[in-house]
Structure formats: structure tokens, C-alpha cells
Design a protein around this ligand. Structure first.
Ligand code: ADP
Ligand code: MG
Length: 353
């Protein structure tokens, strides 16, 4: 099978350069926490920061971001608000994924034992087609009052998604893959997606494959989520289901998502929120973005630092219960970050001596 997302070579001294797109809302403050945590952990990564201007009518900032990511191979990203509804202005988020052909989004939805949530012990992998489907951005008003929007499904992309999911299942000892669709109504588009995943499934006789209609899937997720292991789905179902599962596990502030193509990778919070209403209040949960940063370090092969930060986050949430308001706690963003840094300092002290 082909490799997904080539890993960039380290520069002199083993350091990596990474594009940082702080985005809008809580993005910039979360990025400051990442920088702070990296400094204390001694992470050999240099950020190249690119600001996006959501009000801009030109796409110059987008071009600049693309150039930077193509050079570095990897980006850490906050959500970018699409400020203008004007037709010439693309959603920067969608445009980045499409231009870089980041055809897969992976969300590992794993419960934190220390977080009180609607469901316990969830461990689901959502593999989502990330560039086409309803996000093809092909809409037009054919006659006044009639808008047509094209949903694009290709066998090539359906196959890449299914292949990734089954390979993931095989490598990680997962038992079952479920394809989510609405092929009973969208017989051609979702039909192709489903048919393709069945074809790929036949290459993996040791992994169970089943399928489920999207509406039933939402009901099953809320009532009996433990039946799911690895899930594959098209773009729009993917964003909705990701939000459902994040909600079950503890909300928008915890989990991270990975976007992969053959050449590039972007790491970001799993539900891609801007968090405009909570920006600048020192209440945003820094964990989702820190987890995205840990994913990025894993991708670059900096396993020691990834593990150090990951452990510090887990202990802060599960053992010390330092929780921001989204998790029902009263801690500030800075309380969480300081507690994480406390563990990093303990680790770096003992390893230096
Ligand atoms: P969108 O950008 O999709 O419009 P919002 O920014 O409104 O989404 O976020 C959705 C919800 O998730 C809001 O209630 C927001 O406060 C919450 N949220 C998002 N990110 C975080 C975070 N890091 N910590 C706490 N709450 C968050
Ligand atoms: Mg918003």
C-alpha cells in the first residue's frame, strides 16, 4: 500500500520547521500555549507563523500559507473564520485541504477516564473523506430561486479512504470497519462510496466489514456507541459524526484531528471550531490544540517529546482533574497549561541529571 503523508526530513541539528496557522477566535491564544509547552519540553521544532486575514477579498494570504506548507510539509492549524460570504472568497479551511489534496481526515475519539461525559470507554476511529463530497464547492444558481450544489464522489478518493481505514485497522489490531452512507437515497454517489469500500474490504478477510445508514448511525452512536471500531464516511457525514462523537466524549476542547494527503499533513483540533465567543477570556480548553501538537510531533518522529507532553496532558486531566468550564470545571486555560508545564519540568530535570 502507498504511504500516506511523506515525513519531512529534519534540518541541521535534527530540528524541524513547521507552518503555524493560528487562525481566528481562540486559535492564537491556543498557539501561544503550544509554544510555551514546546519551550519547556525542549521540542526541536521551529514554527513559521502565517496569519490569515478572514476579511481579505484577495487570496494572497492563502497562497502564502500554501507555499509555506509545501516547503515544510507539515502545519499546525487553528480554525480560520470565513469572514466574507462574497462568492470570490474561498473558505480558507476548505481551500487548504483541497489545494494540498489532504484527502483523509482521521479523528481518534478516545474517552478520558477523568472526564465526566455522556458515554464512557469510547475508542472509535473516524476516517473521513476530506476533499470532495458536499464540500466540492460547486454551487450555482441555475435560475433565480433555484440553487444547485454538486456532491462529488470519485472511486479514486473512495478507494484511498477505504484503503487507509483497512490498513489502519490491520496495523493497529482493530477488528471492524463500518462504512457510513445514505446509498438507499443517493444511489449513485453514496452507492459508489459503499461499493468501493466493499471491494477494498475483500482484501482484508480478517477484518469484519459492515455498513450503516447515516441516520441510524447517529442514533446508534448516541445510544450504543461501543459497537463501533473504525468508521469510514464521506465529507459531510464525517464532520457531523465527528461532532457527535466529540460531544459524547467531552466536547470540542479535547480531541485532535489529522489531515493527510500523499505529501502533506495538517494537524488541528478535531471539531475545527473558531470559538469566537470564548476568545480572550482565559477559559478555552487548551487540550485539543496541544493534542494536535502531539500528533504533529509523532508524525515528525519526535516520539520522546510527543510522549512527554501526552503524558503531562493525561495526568493533568485524568489524575489532577484540572478542567476548564467546557468539562464542567473551574480551571482557566492557564491553570491547565501551568499544570502540564509542571510535569514537563519534572521530566526534564530528572533526565538532565
Ligand atoms: P464554529 O467555529 O464551528 O462556529 P464555535 O466556535 O461556535 O464553532 O464552537 C462551538 C462550541 O464549542 C462553542 O460553544 C465553543 O465555545 C465550544 N468550543 C470550541 N472550542 C473550544 C475549546 N477549545 N474549549 C472550550 N470550548 C470550546
Ligand atoms: Mg464560530
Amino acid at each position: 500500500a502507498r504511504r500516506v503523508a511523506a515525513i519531512p526530513k529534519a534540518q541541521y541539528g535534527g530540528r524541524h520547521a513547521v507552518t503555524m496557522l493560528p487562525g481566528s477566535g481562540i486559535g492564537p491564544e491556543l498557539m501561544n500555549y503550544v509554544k510555551e509547552v514546546f519551550r519547556y519540553a525542549g521540542v526541536p521544532v521551529d514554527f513559521e507563523e502565517v496569519q490569515m486575514d478572514p476579511k481579505s477579498e484577495s487570496n494572497e494570504d492563502l497562497e502564502y500559507a500554501l507555499t509555506s506548507i509545501r516547503r515544510n510539509g507539515v502545519a499546525l492549524k487553528g480554525n480560520i473564520e470565513t469572514g466574507s460570504m462574497s462568492r470570490g472568497v474561498l473558505s480558507r479551511n476548505v481551500a487548504l485541504r483541497n489545494e494540498l489534496d489532504l484527502y483523509i481526515n482521521v479523528l481518534h475519539c478516545k474517552s478520558y477516564p477523568g472526564v465526566t461525559a455522556r458515554q464512557k470507554d469510547i475508542d472509535i476511529i473516524i476516517v473521513r473523506q476530506n476533499t470532495e463530497g458536499e464540500y466540492a464547492m460547486l454551487e450555482h444558481e441555475s435560475v433565480s430561486g433555484v440553487v444547485e450544489s454538486m456532491k462529488v464522489v470519485t472511486s479514486e478518493n473512495s478507494e484511498r479512504v477505504a484503503r487507509y481505514a483497512f490498513e489502519y485497522a490491520k496495523k493497529n489490531g482493530r477488528k471492524k470497519v463500518t462504512t457510513i452512507h445514505k446509498a438507499n437515497i443517493m444511489k449513485l454517489s453514496d452507492g459508489l462510496f459503499l461499493e468501493t469500500s466493499r471491494k477494498i474490504a475483500s482484501d482484508y478477510p480478517d477484518i469484519e466489514h459492515n455498513d450503516m445508514i447515516i441516520d441510524n448511525c447517529c442514533m446508534q452512536l448516541v445510544s450504543k456507541p461501543h459497537q463501533f471500531d473504525v468508521m469510514i464516511m464521506t465529507n459531510l457525514y464525517g464532520t457531523i459524526v465527528s461532532n457527535v462523537v466529540c460531544g459524547l466524549v467531552g466536547g470540542a476542547g479535547l480531541l485532535s484531528g489529522k489531515n493527510y494527503g500523499d505529501h502533506y499533513a495538517i494537524f488541528e483540533p478535531g471539531t475545527r471550531n473558531t470559538g469566537t465567543a470564548i476568545a480572550g477570556k482565559n477559559i478555552a480548553n487548551p487540550v485539543a490544540m496541544l493534542n494536535a501538537a502531539v500528533d504533529m510531533l509523532e508524525h515528525l518522529g519526535h516520539h520522546y517529546h510527543a510522549n512527554m507532553i501526552h503524558t503531562a496532558i493525561d495526568r493533568t486531566i485524568n489524575e489532577d482533574h484540572i478542567h476548564t468550564p467546557d468539562l464542567g470545571g473551574q480551571a482557566t486555560s492557564i491553570d491547565v497549561v501551568q499544570n502540564i508545564i509542571k510535569y514537563l519540568q519534572e521530566t526534564t530535570k530528572t533526565s538532565n541529571w
